[in-house]
Design a protein around this ligand. Structure first.
Ligand code: TRP
Ligand code: ZN
Length: 848
């Protein structure tokens, strides 16, 4: 029905695919692809259906005999060979097609970026390369021959032969087509090696365009650290002789885990102190790890169908988060991850795009590479680990690899592994995978006769298509503090399984202060009536760093919510920040996080959650007033921090100096409210690293004092695509909101606004949408500008256009006027003739 794919319609492919041999003859407008598939029918009399899109069929033969048009049906979506044309036993199908990588602006399938050929096949891009059963449960070993006049010709697996203008690759590990990759170009490598625990020597290469090779060392080191960590933490070794990473400038997403040949958005590979920020370095390390970890969680064990996407993505995000926590400061990493989860996934769950980590229907699978599948998927894995413990988790994962290596699996297989290894029943827990929405957990407490009681109630609001929300199995980590700040109950995991449930703690001398949901043990909204004094107490005394931060965050959120109604900044919050600034025992990175105020979108989310209608301009003003109050009240202490946190010596991207820079810039951010931008101007003038340059520039842009700095920046970096993305993004995101729409329009007319490049498009449009009060201008000018660009991008790159349309997912929060304006823009997009399946699914879901 209506092009919707249903989980319940799953059926195995009626053929096995035994081997695949591909030959590519590269040419920009007429690449020839020959495919030789060895197939064995599993159900005699069944037609052979192969997916294929935008392919010109040159010829097809079975066991060497050419097919005639009467033998098959060729449509827009594939090739179906009639049963009568098929042998009863195993046979070989050969096809030849012609494709045009040069005109491929969707960046899916085989395409060109800066004169090089590259591929992106996940999720369903391989069908734009050749006729094939393009589904993840069809796995086969691949042999690939590439013919093309390039110095570097790469594919998956190990190199087996090469000569001038050709190369052959062999990938012995059966894989689904979405993991296929090919790269051809004039590339240079930064090379290294890794010796695995069992003594296998692996050649490592980071391939980039000539001129970029001086920015690859960090990525190579990150790869080596990832390989060592996966051996240590999961017992997983690499399984080929070579591991290649290629950086490309035109890429729809972050990076892709193709077997033995990862392809990356260049912004997640290239880094030097002058061009990349501390945040960029941390992300590069995390994404290199993420794609590497997919070799086991995704490639060796893959997904049965695309509904199971979070099987590989949620687990692999959980693994990369754990890796970063080990490489850097674990508590800081957890806080960053939770802040990002709330900003993106809670936002998604609150609106019309809410869906479970494992959806049960879709029209376009590319629309389900979401924060819910990735980040909430990772939270669900983290909860499983909390429930079974560290050793139980390792046992479950050992069983998973042991039992399912080489298979295409489901969430049911995954849960069964935990049940079998732990002996626990996880039937109720499974709802985290199948049910959408963020549970709201409310708490009441009681203390009498030395017994303290916590009573929890869970409630999840209906989400699209899911009116009923049965109770979930929620791990709630709690600790209790005595009034003098000592911990009287160390972290204990309570397991909530009922809608309402009570837990008692006997034998206490006095009424304790509870620290609930330590480490953010479950992705829920905690609703607890507390006093500002108690939050300040937790901020000062909690032994759980996450909950310390959380206490400060709650105070900040509450005062900001009240300030949007005209209240003055809350004294307890201002005092608490003062104590935190003075706390030299706390890590700089932690203090920096505590100084960072909730973003405007997060405040809007909180107001909506509390049943109020957010006013974007009032939120922006309140946040500014709170920064003013902090800067005025703590000016001297912040100035002292700004000086003390200057990092001497040459730049290093390590966690410790990065934490100092973060604290220094957090102080600068506040000081810039009252010092007339003096410090930011001075820092901008002498910074020798991009972290401080961008930190200073952000302050100047927000203050409307950046004209000169922006001109200097542009003159210096006009030739560097990645750096210029920052120039576009910062201005659009941080300029005063009343100027944002006009500025964005002006930037869109800049000759450097190459809108067909997804990074550049995201920098400007994504930056603008992040300018909360600017995007949500009451007259709708922001919405119109944004919708115009989605309409323009959609025919060229539907995947990126659809992804960007999530800027509108929050429409239901706002007043009737804004709602009507956004809905009108969505309706205008939906009415475009020839709208892509990607964007039309999004507008339909957004409009509800
Ligand atoms: N599997 C990739 C990842 O790790 C995601 C991805 C990269 C992707 N490129 C894509 C998904 C294009 C869909 C389309 O996380
Ligand atoms: Zn992934």
């Amino acid at each position: 029905m209506d092009g919707t794919t249903l989980l319940s319609d799953y059926a195995p492919y009626p053929f096995t695919l035994d081997t695949v041999a591909l030959t590519f003859r590269l040419a920009p407008r007429a690449t020839r692809v020959q495919a030789r598939l060895s197939l064995t029918p599993q159900a005699p009399g069944t037609a052979l259906h192969l997916d294929g899109e935008d392919l010109r069929l040159i010829g097809a033969a079975i066991d060497g005999t050419p097919l005639t048009p009467a033998d098959y049906l060729l449509t827009e979506t594939g090739l179906t060979i009639h049963p009568a044309a098929l042998p009863e036993g195993s046979f070989t199908l050969e096809t030849e097609v012609e494709i045009a990588p040069e005109g491929n602006t969707a960046l899916e399938g085989l395409y060109m970026s800066n004169g090089m050929y590259c591929t992106q096949c996940e999720a369903e891009g391989f069908r734009k390369i050749t006729f094939y059963p393009d589904r993840p449960d069809v796995m086969a070993p691949f042999h690939v021959r590439i013919e093309g006049d390039f110095p570097v010709l790469l594919s998956n697996g190990n190199p087996v032969a090469q000569g001038p203008g050709w190369a052959e690759w062999d990938d012995p590990w059966p894989k689904p087509a979405y993991l296929f990759a090919l790269v051809a170009g004039d590339l240079v490598a930064t090379s290294g090696s890794f010796t695995t625990a069992s003594g296998r020597e692996v050649a490592l290469n980071i391939w980039v365009r000539p001129g970029d090779q001086d920015r690859c060392d960090f990525a190579l080191g990150a790869l080596q650290r990832s390989m060592a960590w996966d051996e240590r933490a999961y017992g997983r070794e690499y399984d080929l002789d070579i591991f290649n990473i290629v950086a490309v400038d035109d890429f729809n997403m972050g990076a892709m885990e193709n077997k033995g040949l990862n392809i990356f958005n260049s912004k997640l590979v290239l880094a030097s102190p002058e061009t990349a920020t501390d945040t960029d370095y941390e992300r590069i390390e995390a994404v290199i790890a993420h794609e590497y970890f997919h070799n086991w969680t995704g490639n060796r064990i893959t997904c049965r169908d695309w509904f199971q996407l979070c099987l590989k993505e949620g687990l692999t995000v959980f693994r990369d988060q754990s890796f970063t926590a080990d490489m850097r400061a674990g508590a800081v990493k957890r806080i960053e991850d939770v802040a990002a989860l709330r900003a993106r996934q809670f936002r998604e769950d609150q609106g019309p795009l809410a869906h479970p980590p494992r959806p049960d229907h879709y029209r376009e699978i590319n629309n389900f590479y979401t924060p819910t599948v990735y980040e909430k998927g990772a939270e669900v894995v983290g909860m499983l680990k909390t429930l079974v413990g560290d050793a139980g988790y390792r046992a479950a994962l050992d069983l998973y690899f042991d039992r399912h290596d080489g298979q295409a699996c489901t969430i049911e297989d995954w849960i069964k592994v935990f049940e079998d290894s732990s002996g626990r029943d996880l039937g109720q827990f499974k709802r985290w995978y199948t049910d959408a929405g963020t549970p709201r957990l409310s708490v009441t407490e009681d203390f009498s006769d030395g017994t303290y009681t916590l009573e929890f109630t869970q409630e999840t609001k209906p989400t699209p298509g899911q009116p009923e929300k049965p109770a979930r199995h929620i791990p709630i980590a709690v600790g209790l503090l005595s009034p003098n700040g000592d911990e009287v109950l160390p972290t204990t995991v309570l397991e909530m399984t009922e809608a309402t449930q009570r837990f008692t703690f006997p034998g206490l001398a006095s009424r304790p202060v509870p620290s609930i949901l330590r480490g953010f043990s479950a992705p829920v909204v905690l609703d607890r009536a507390t006093t500002p004094a108690e939050q300040a107490f937790l901020l000062a005394h909690d032994t759980d760093p996450f909950n310390r931060w959380e206490a400060g965050r709650t105070l900040a959120r509450q005062t900001l919510m009240a300030m949007t109604q005209g209240a003055a900044p809350q004294a307890e919050y201002l005092d608490a920040v003062g104590r935190l600034i003075a706390d030299e025992g706390a890590e700089p990175a932690f203090r920096a996080l505590c100084l960072r105020l909730p973003g405007e979108d997060e405040i809007a989310q909180a107001l909506h959650e509390a049943g109020q209608i957010p006013d974007p301009q009032a939120i922006h003003a309140a946040r500014g007033r709170l920064m003013d109050a902090l800067a005025t009240r703590h000016g001297a202490a912040l100035a002292a921090i700004y000086e003390a946190m200057a990092v001497p010596g040459p730049y290093a991207p390590d966690a410790a100096p990065a934490g100092q820079r973060a604290l220094r810039l957090a102080a600068l951010h506040l000081l810039g409210r009252t010092d007339g931008g003096e410090r930011a101007q001075a820092l901008f003038a002498r910074a020798d690293n991009m972290t401080e340059t961008m930190g200073a520039l952000a302050v100047l842009v927000a203050a409307g004092q950046a004209t000169e700095a922006l001109a200097q920046f542009r003159a210096r970096w006009a030739d560097n695509r990645l750096v210029m993305d920052k120039w576009f993004m910062t201005q659009a995101a941080l300029c005063p909101p009343e100027e944002a729409a006009e500025l964005a329009q002006q930037l869109a007319a800049d000759p450097l606004f190459d809108w067909k490049n997804p990074n550049r498009f995201r920098a400007l449009l994504g930056g603008f949408a992040a300018n909360h009060a600017g995007f949500h201008r009451a007259d709708g000018a922001g919405y119109r500008f944004f919708a115009d660009w989605l309409i323009r991008l959609d025919p060229l790159n539907p995947q990126t256009a659809a992804r960007m349309s999530t800027a509108f997912e929050t429409w239901a929060r706002y007043d009737a006027g804004r709602q009507a304006l956004i809905r009108a823009e969505l309706a205008r997009i939906a009415a475009q003739p020839g709208l892509s399946r990607d964007l039309s699914e999004m507008t339909a879901r957004l409009l509800g």
